[in-house]
Design a binder for this molecule. Structure first.
Ligand code: ATP
Length: 303
């Protein structure tokens, strides 16, 4: 179900976004700090000796630095309202960093990130974010964990918990309302985490490998459940995964990050009608697409 509207306002848009770790200022400041540090002359390891032909000179090898690690270079893309986008790419290609830029945890060096056509000073709190590890607070019950974003927005705890309680049924959590996270299965914890992201109130949800720790059956159940939630809420979803089948099953479009720095995303539409089921992936067109994606992922990330 593509809801593409290239001429209207995008839900999310990257305009020439460049980013590197750490920023030039931080590395310069760190280097200055190191130069003035009293322990500067302390050498925990002997300098690496480099034999230079015909001489006895010794030379210290420079330590590797991330200062030049440009990850995104003038990156442009747009995501339309209501789309389901999966993001795949080899480890270290920048998938989680893309989310850090969207949430505002990191800032681009140049370029703009627009939500519904508007650039904000900070995007923190403007998108729902479900991190790779659910980060539920162990001392809070399911209701109290899910109520957190409402409390952060100023609601009293009682008020927030009342609103959460009304939603528990939709998320299949009514019978564990007063349980603690350690009493729940992985799939249930993911539901609480998802509810918490939804309660951020944003219509853009960023899900970072939410199902990677689940067994195959629970994972399939959670994928189907997520599809239901997405249809019901009509949110825009960006979903990071390492699993090509999962991406093909869920996505309208798949973004592939396969080079560093990322200058352009491979933007691949999934030609599969909804509703989908596991058997949909056996269609020959999808098998060919899977091969194409695996080939792209095998491309070595350049530095
Ligand atoms: N805080 C940081 N400081 C310096 N470099 C970082 C920092 N965080 C990540 N990096 C580097 O940036 C690159 C991209 O990291 P990122 O976590 O975005 O990759 P990823 O595609 O999400 O990887 P994975 O699939 O393993 O989760 C990596 O080379 C990583 O080492």
């Amino acid at each position: 179900m593509m809801r593409n509207n290239q001429h209207g306002q995008a839900a999310l848009q990257f305009n020439n976004v460049s980013f590197r770790y750490p920023t030039a200022e931080t590395s310069a400041a760190k280097a200055k700090g190191r130069r003035n540090h009293p322990l500067r002359s302390f050498r925990p390891f002997p300098a690496i000796k480099t034999a230079v032909a015909g001489s006895q000179t010794t030379k210290s090898q420079p330590l590797p630095t991330h200062a030049d690690q440009l990850l995104f270079d003038s990156l442009q893309f747009r995501v339309e309202a209501g789309e389901f986008i999966c993001i795949i790419g080899p480890s270290g290609s920048g998938k989680s960093t893309l989310f850090k830029l969207i949430t505002g945890l990191s800032r681009p060096e140049t370029g703009q990130i627009l939500l519904h056509g508007t650039a904000h000073d900070s995007l923190l709190g403007k998108v729902g974010y479900m991190p790779q590890h659910d980060l539920l607070l162990p001392w809070r019950t399911v209701v109290a964990n899910a109520a957190l974003p409402l409390e952060l927005k100023g609601a009293s705890r009682k008020e927030a918990e009342q609103r959460v309680t009304k939603l528990l049924g939709q998320f299949g959590l009514e019978h564990v309302a007063n349980s603690f996270p350690w009493e729940l299965s992985g799939g249930m914890r993911q539901r609480v985490s998802f509810l918490r992201a939804v309660l951020s109130g944003s219509d853009i949800l960023l899900l970072d490998e939410p199902f990677s720790a689940l067994d195959a059956i629970t994972r399939l159940e959670m994928q189907e459940w997520l599809m239901e939630q997405w249809k019901r809420r009509r949110t825009t979803v960006l979903f990071i995964t390492h699993d090509v089948d999962e991406a093909l099953f869920l996505a309208d479009r798949i973004f592939v990050l396969h080079d560093t720095p990322v200058r352009q995303l491979h933007d691949i539409s999934v030609p599969l009608r909804r509703p989908r089921n596991a058997a949909s992936l056996h269609n020959p067109e999808l098998i060919a697409l899977k091969q194409q994606l695996l080939e792209l992922l095998r491309t070595k990330v350049k530095r």
